[in-house]
Design a protein. Structure first.
Length: 122
């Protein structure tokens, strides 16, 4: 799944660079959308991100491309690899961030619940 985001002045810190927390929010949001599309009747919460390392600074006016791919599945959890690039997706060599986001499926009481059986969705 591919998404795009324009970095606006409200996303910048006092030095004119993207707040890291804004990028993490977008990564989490786009990965959650992918999980929800793959498992439409499931409720997910974020369990974690494997690594947070910002490889390049990002300034206002930058268009970011988010590539989200399912990378693993457990009994009640699912993982998505997220790559973030500067540019329109054609610049795969300008990677600015990547991480794996893990979600766990929960029921209405907030307890873990097994994922539905899905044949070879990976």
């Amino acid at each position: 799944m591919e998404n795009h985001k324009l970095v606006l002045p409200s996303n910048l810190n006092q030095y004119g660079y993207l707040f890291g927390g804004d990028l993490l929010k977008w990564v989490d949001e786009y990965a959650w959308i992918a999980a929800t599309l793959d498992y439409p009747d499931c409720n997910f919460v974020t369990m974690g991100m494997d690594k947070v390392e910002f490889k390049k600074s990002i300034t206002g006016g930058t268009i970011l491309t988010f590539i989200v791919e399912k990378s693993g599945q457990g009994n009640s959890s699912v993982q998505y690899l997220v790559h973030v690039y500067r540019g329109n997706g054609g610049f795969k060599n300008d990677l600015v961030f990547s991480t794996t986001v893990t979600f766990v499926r929960i029921d209405q009481d907030g307890k873990k619940e097994p994922l539905p059986c899905m044949e070879s969705r990976l």
